[in-house]
Design a protein around this ligand. Sequence first.
Ligand code: PLP
Length: 390
Amino acid sequence: MKRIYLDYAATTPTDPEVVKAMLPYFTEDFANPSSIYFCGQEAKGAVEEARVKVADLIGARDEEIVFTSGGTEADNFALKGVAFANESKGNHIITSSIEHHAVVETCRFLEERGFKVTCLPVDGYGLVDPGDVKRAITDKTILISVMHANNEVGTIEPIAEIGKSAREAGIYFHTDAVQTVGHIPVDVNELGVDLLSISAHKLYGPKGVGALYIRKSTKLLSFMHGGEQERRRRASTENVPGIVGFGRAAELAQHEMSQEAEQLTHLRDKLINGILERMDHTHLKGHPSRRLPNNVNISVEFVEGESMCLNLDLEGICASTGSACSSSSLEPSHVLLAMGISNEQAHSSLRFTLGKWTTEEEIDRVLEVLPRIVSKLRAISPFLKSGTSG
Ligand code: PLP
């Protein structure tokens, strides 16, 4: 059976061009970038070249990029790093109620250690109100962290507006841009952020590598101690093949992003409209226009998201009920609940995320298969009220 992969927000396939760029760094140019002999310096050169490419993609300077093991580490580094380095100034952090677990759990960790966290609400589309951010600022606030776009519902947050308030108040501003970098234009100066998290495996790069953008002169405590790598900001021998792959992925994204976004927006809207037209009691979750070009999140009333996912899997279609990290949990998504969606609707959500290899035929196939699955499941659904048509 030909598989249809529609879970690009969980991870993307690595672009063959990226793999090609990485390969020599496993077997030929494998030297440690800290070694002073020629091969070591060649590896160091490759790391620095990749740093420039990643920096270029987000309008940063290369010395403002620190490579990490991924998005989770970048989020941890930003939040813990700023919190512990600025404790003498204050202990208050502002974040939103729809953040990824990498931010949610780091905030919880900081709260247990005496920091105060204000978790802002969102509206029915998952949007944070920049006015709420402004009103939450106190003289103890040291950091604001609001994600650029949500991984479950695809809503794009008003980061530039929040950045303006943060700048005016002289407070550090972090954004988790794991779902946006390489997919929509991201410029650290236009957004007004001091810290920004990226993960390579969400933009056709390899897993296990990411970066934290750190604006020059940001006061941040390192939490990986050891060697002097990454200008003493993150010890450990560099993941050279991973970093080279990340650089190549960033370079490809520069060239392909706008055309890809156009193509994905067309396929996304075809899938959204096709589902809403073909099935009653289906609702789009997330913002209709301030939305990632590849995200479709629909709730299908009277049916469990997990049942739809398993049935789609039997037809060779990979989709998700929420974020990959929570797909093993039966708790409804904290993102959907924060948006004011009922427990029942949150349980009936289904997420398709598209990518550069998604085709029109694949979307047609989902539109053919899904209504069949839904009517089968509704026929045996204990949630379907009598008298309601499936
Ligand atoms: N932040 C967001 C918004 C994500 O979607 C993810 C991954 O799903 C992460 C952080 C974590 O990134 P990584 O898997 O590279 O640790």
